[in-house]
Design a protein around this ligand. Sequence first.
Ligand code: AMP
Length: 214
Amino acid sequence: MEGITIALSKGRIFEETLPLLAAAGIVPLENPESSRKLIIPTSRKDARVVVVRATDAPTYVQYGAADVGVAGKDVLIEHGGDGLYQPIDLGIARCRMMVAVPDGFDYENAVRQGARLRVATKYLKIAREHFAAKGVHVDLIKLYGSMELAPLAGLSDAIVDLVSTGNTLKANRLVAVEHIADISARLIVNRAALKLKRGQIAPLLAAISERVAP
Ligand code: AMP
């Protein structure tokens, strides 16, 4: 496609990316929260935004259906990052990947005793690598949402999930017992587009990095 296509997910990433795009003179002409349009024109004729599921942003950019995009580090680790250049940590949509258990469950003791734990998560790769590095035996159960419910309903002993304020854990009487990684969103760029559309992409990267770390 002519011009540049930017893959963004609705919500926090979209909102927090707006000022960065504005620094490059790109202002989306509609808000995906109120519009049902999935391709949104911008103030620049040569730039458009495609609205994607957060977990799909790396896929659109990997295959070149979008030239650039924004994705959380959590999503990028799960995706694997093939075909993607990740030049800038945008420092937005910050949170922490944590292990959490029901209040009162002695996680340290269970680990010490070598118990086999059932862990529910959307983040299989991150969880697998974390527990393997610690030498903890786990059975991972893949979920697509509401991980906090799993221990309460008796599906798992623990969860691996993103924690921001901690309110969701607290509301469900769960406590975070282990920090796995600090998470923030990164700018991702299709490797081929970086070469073929250098004239448009290089100034965009420059404007964004200037805005992120002036
Ligand atoms: P909180 O109650 O603020 O700790 O937020 C926790 C809930 O929001 C969990 O369901 C998380 O999966 C989700 N969450 C928190 N931060 C993020 C983020 N940066 N990206 C996606 N989901 C998040």
